[in-house]
Design a protein around this ligand. Sequence first.
Ligand SMILES: [Zn+2]
Ligand SMILES: [Zn+2]
Length: 211
Amino acid sequence: MNSLPLKIDLHVHTCYSWDSATTLKEVVVYAKKRGLDGVAITDHDSVKGALKLAKKRNFLIIPGIEVSTKRGHVLALNVTIPIPPKLSPFETIQTIHDVGGIAVAAHPTTVYKGGLRRQITSNFDAIEVINSSSFPFFLSTCLGRRLAVRLNLPQTAGSDSHYPSDIGTAYTIIDANSEVDEVIQAIKRGATVPFGKPIPWKARFRNAVST
Ligand SMILES: [Zn+2]
Ligand SMILES: [Zn+2]
């Protein structure tokens, strides 16, 4: 069976996150504009926007959530119910697995977002080695890659965009057919290549003054 590599931004916020203004319609418009084949919607502690958009079925949407654990953020992909916040990273991973999702360590090595750092173990299914909102970007990316290699875990990338124009600044090339389950399986077996750059400073400033 032939599968085409897909270009997917695995970390996108919508207005269902308290800190994002992107509407569901804008997600699809901008994702297509950036040449993406799909996005994972990973709002902070909410799956509402993800489920609403996934129902429309006119674009590949991986339903997810960004869980605030006791010690940093964890991306849960392929989940349709909220994962409770404030559990330990280990308990969070267990809960994600119990409901059929995969757990990705979000921006694990960034300085200002409260990265998971030493909480990362091989219990995770993948590590987000490129996050366009991470600071300092190049150092975080380099440390993230090193961590993934050391733990022998698949590598992903996502923009962590909170504004429509930032969607697709980072993306993961995934060797899979355009189905949620197939994408998830491909991530698990490491059929992924992360790409991306930082969100420009101008945009960060704009984001900071408008929130
Ligand atoms: Zn985060
Ligand atoms: Zn995020």
